[in-house]
Ligand binder design. Structure first.
Ligand code: PHE
Length: 459
């Protein structure tokens, strides 16, 4: 049975959907934290350079594979060279694992929208915000239900299809996200005392340029741009032949970076005002523990909190949709299942893995079944950290490295350029620079990240 393959209805729709994939928890929650941890302005500068020099060329390579083959990520590699089907497999495996925890964190965001919409009552413990969050994720069942609700929303959009589901939702949510973010930035930079935070972000201290900052910026760039996992292969496969890949990739990278920087402008000044510089170093539960404390500390903070979590929800939803779509495209095309059937077939194992992620942070000691004894709790298995590190530190760089080497040395940059240039020819110098980056510079730089993160035992 041959169905006509889906396509984006418009170029703007494609750009917004791909930017929706790129703009996610990574931009709004992780990026400002990293700016804090890696010394402000220097990190922002490194990040911009890396996006332009490495992130953008790799994104273009992925898009060109997708549009050439018009296939899901595994099918695409198989079509270009059977021996390298496994490269697509790396992407799908990474996405599967990311989706399992992204939906749980998406569920946390929904819970916090609920908390803020119902008046932001965090209780009267000594550290109310930390205690509230810790108690919430320690519950065995509630986080799972929120996670399931988030996954169901993604399923709904993905089953609706590429242009009438994903594209339509992105065209509403992305502009809405942008406006909400602007409102947050205006509130943040006009707070009394915001100057200190702004100065921190805008000052470039030379001593902050070091290997750590660079490695941090590289890892963040891949995750944030959604490259190295085949998302852009899948989204590229729905791009009509006469659309501009280069201009689209420039827009996607620019939007993603702009949102990350705006998010830093919305968050860092407020953190400085209420918690001081140390507030930035909180890591993991930052959005759920530090920010509610921050929001409670200034007039209008509760409303700011509600807007912030809605924003985070939009960002997380469009990213999660892209992850699910890439896996669904694989199942439906390779096994000839309908989109609905493929989504269900995927959601079952995904939910099991999600439950593992969520329960590994929970305090399930209360549960005792006759045939299983949870008296030690699931917290014995640090599945949450293992899953995040597995994807961020190992699989994403490995995927990006394999994609570059494949395009650079197996399929060949000549073929890729031919695909990219179906929209019109580019100057020779651009072609040569791009080929050089994909063949030499990007693989080298990615190999260095892998060496640093794994070699230091952080993998
Ligand atoms: N880029 C998204 C973010 O910044 C995350 C993501 C990862 C999306 C992998 C798709 C695939 O949060």
């Amino acid at each position: 049975m041959h169905q006509k393959r889906s396509q984006w209805a418009s170029n703007v729709g494609f750009i917004l959907a791909a930017a929706g994939s790129a703009v996610g928890l990574g931009n709004i929650w992780k990026f400002p934290g990293k700016v804090g941890a890696y010394g402000g302005g220097a990190f922002i500068l490194c990040y911009i350079i890396i996006v332009a020099l490495i992130g953008f060329p790799v994104m273009l390579a992925e898009l060109s594979i997708g549009r050439r083959t018009q296939k899901n990520v595994i099918g695409a590699f198989r079509q270009l060279d059977k021996r390298f089907t496994f490269v697509g497999g790396i992407g799908v495996l990474t996405l599967f694992v990311i989706m399992s925890y992204y939906s749980i964190v998406g569920g946390w965001v929904m819970k916090y929208i609920w908390v803020y919409a119902s008046g932001a009552h965090f209780g009267a413990a000594a550290n109310p915000y930390q205690t509230y969050f810790a108690d919430f994720i320690a519950k065995p069942v509630e986080p799972l239900l929120w996670g399931a609700a988030f996954l169901l929303l993604c399923i709904y959009v993905v089953v609706k299809g590429v242009s009438s589901g994903i594209e339509r939702v992105s065209k509403v949510l992305m502009p809405a996200l942008f406006l909400l973010l602007l409102a947050c930035v205006i509130r943040a930079v006009t707070l009394p005392g915001a100057k200190e935070g702004l100065a921190f972000m805008l000052t470039i201290r030379p001593e902050s340029f070091n290997g750590n900052t660079l490695v941090g910026a590289l890892g963040q760039a891949f995750f944030s741009l959604s490259v190295g996992m085949g998302i852009m292969v899948t989204y590229g496969s729905y791009v009509p032949k006469d659309d501009h890949l280069v201009k689209s990739a420039v827009s996607i990278c620019a939007l993603d970076t702009m949102v990350a920087i705006l998010a830093a402008f919305a968050i860092i000044p407020v953190v400085f005002v209420t918690l001081g510089a140390e507030g930035l170093g909180m890591g993991g539960g930052f959005a759920f523990m530090a920010l509610p404390e921050v929001f409670a500390g200034f007039p209008g903070g509760k409303l700011f909190g509600l807007v912030f979590f809605i924003l985070l929800f939009f960002a997380a939803l469009t990213s999660a949709i892209s992850i699910l779509e890439s896996c669904v495209a694989f199942i439906s095309e390779e096994f000839h299942f309908s989109r609905l059937k493929s989504t269900i077939a995927l959601s079952v194992p995904m939910t099991v893995l999600s439950a593992g992620y969520s329960l590994s942070q929970s305090d399930a000691r209360g549960i005792k079944l006759p045939w299983l004894d949870f008296s030690q709790g699931f917290t014995m298995l640090p599945m949450n950290t293992v899953m995040e590190k597995f994807t961020d530190n190992l699989m994403i760089p490995l995927g990006a490295l394999a994609f570059c080497l494949f395009v650079g040395w197996v399929w060949g940059t000549k073929n890729a350029v031919e695909e990219i240039e179906s929209e019109g020819r580019y100057p020779m110098v651009m072609r040569i620079t791009w080929s050089f980056i994909v063949r030499f510079l990007a693989p080298l730089v990615i190999a260095v990240i892998l060496y640093f993160t794994l070699g230091r035992g952080e993998g």
